[in-house]
Design a protein around this ligand. Structure first.
Ligand code: ATP
Ligand code: MG
Length: 359
């Protein structure tokens, strides 16, 4: 298979998609660049598959437009768009062999048989399934089936690869391995890829950029780092990285009060914030640290309400004033010396506190 396929950029302009009275996708604008690995991340029912199916041409937008490389394809039939799609359940043909499944798209395009044989052999090598071509797909493991679906999508040399939760049927270990394989393959082929997932870890680890969706609305577009470090709103902050959302009140310039004994100053405070104004703050669980010093100017007294070990991570619920926060640390020797009901000194660097909105 030739490397450097014909890659395209994808542009969605003010897309709405209605199913009867129900609007599944609302005012969606996306610009996906040539060769980019772009994820659509969001909870069940937020409109990810609907968006992907509109890019593939299996659904048409109710309004708005879709273009590839500036060419309007909003109402173009799927087989005229040259996209390759891996469906959520793989949708392999169970009565066919691995080779027959992979060759399907080429046969439909009436490619000569010798070319098909050659291209299938190359695709098998590419997804590391050499030697399994004659096997029935039902006799393969989940991970192998996933790779057949991938080979079937890329053998037609699509301009755009569309993947709908391609790892959801795999166990944890296989999912991580296959995730790496998809990333390597995408980088090797340099193909524009739109990847649908509800798994934040997948989106964060694979994407060049991602869009976070909720209830048909795009909440934020950015690199994984931008989304993680500067979530646009409380939904993104909680859905990506389970941030603590805490209410605060602006006391005076540069100072925010969360509770009487928990205040902090933030130099970079937006000048538009006025004394008395309420704000929502997002703080990542891993941004809190426990201090052992007797005296610490920027620390707050807390009490451990709950503690849970989870692999190399320990998660605490800590009461600070009247607020309960989630704290996440790497396991250390101190982990085993801290117990539920212990009082602790908790520190947070004000630069790690995001101000999400002001009412
Ligand atoms: N053909 C259809 N007719 C009516 N409603 C539909 C249709 N397809 C999707 N929907 C609705 O549109 C909304 C978005 O569906 P979609 O399949 O895009 O969600 P999703 O984000 O892919 O969710 P999941 O993670 O569960 O796959 C849902 O409320 C769904 O019930
Ligand atoms: Mg879906």
């Amino acid at each position: 298979m030739r490397v450097n396929l014909k890659v395209s950029n994808v542009s969605l302009k003010n897309i709405n998609k209605n199913f009867g009275e129900f609007r599944a996708v609302k005012h969606l604008n996306l610009e996906i660049q040539h060769g980019e690995f772009f994820s659509l991340l969001g909870p069940s029912g937020c409109g990810k598959t609907t968006t992907l199916r509109m890019i593939a041409g299996f659904e048409f937008p109710s309004s708005g437009s879709i273009s590839f490389d500036g060419k309007d394809v909003s109402y173009t039939k799927p087989h005229k768009r040259n996209t390759g799609m891996v469906f959520q359940n793989f949708a392999l043909f169970p009565h066919m062999s691995v080779c027959e499944n992979i060759a399907f798209g080429l046969q439909a395009r009436k490619i000569p048989k010798p070319d098909i044989i050659e291209r299938v052999a190359k695709a098998l090598t590419l997804v590391d399934l050499t030697g399994l071509g004659d096997r029935k797909v039902t006799d393969l493991s989940g991970g192998q089936q996933q790779r057949v679906a991938l080979a079937r999508a890329i053998i037609i040399e699509p301009n755009i690869l569309l993947l709908d939760e391609p790892l959801s049927n795999l166990d944890t270990k296989l999912r991580e391995e296959t995730r790496e394989e998809i990333k390597k393959l995408q980088q090797r082929l340099g193909i524009t890829t739109v990847y649908v997932t509800h798994d934040q870890e997948e989106a964060l680890s694979l994407s060049n950029r991602m869009a976070v969706m909720s209830q048909g609305v795009c909440q934020q577009v950015g690199t994984p780092e931008e989304i993680y470090q500067n979530p646009a709103n409380t939904f993104v902050a909680q859905f990506v990285g389970n941030a603590n959302i805490i209410e605060g009140v602006v006391e005076h310039s540069g100072n925010i009060k969360i509770s009487p004994n928990w205040q902090f100053s933030k130099k970079s405070l937006n000048g538009s914030l006025k004394p008395g104004q309420k704000v929502s703050l997002s703080i990542r669980p891993e941004s809190f640290v426990f201090e052992n010093k007797d005296k610490c100017d920027t620390c707050f007294d807390g009490k451990i309400k709950n503690k849970r070990l989870s692999g190399a991570i320990v998660e605490y619920q800590v009461e600070i004033g009247s607020t309960i926060v989630q704290v996440r640390n790497l396991i250390s020797d101190q982990t085993f010396e801290r117990h539920v009901d212990d009082t602790v000194l908790v520190a947070i660097n004000p630069s790690k506190i995001n101000i999400l909105n002001a009412d």
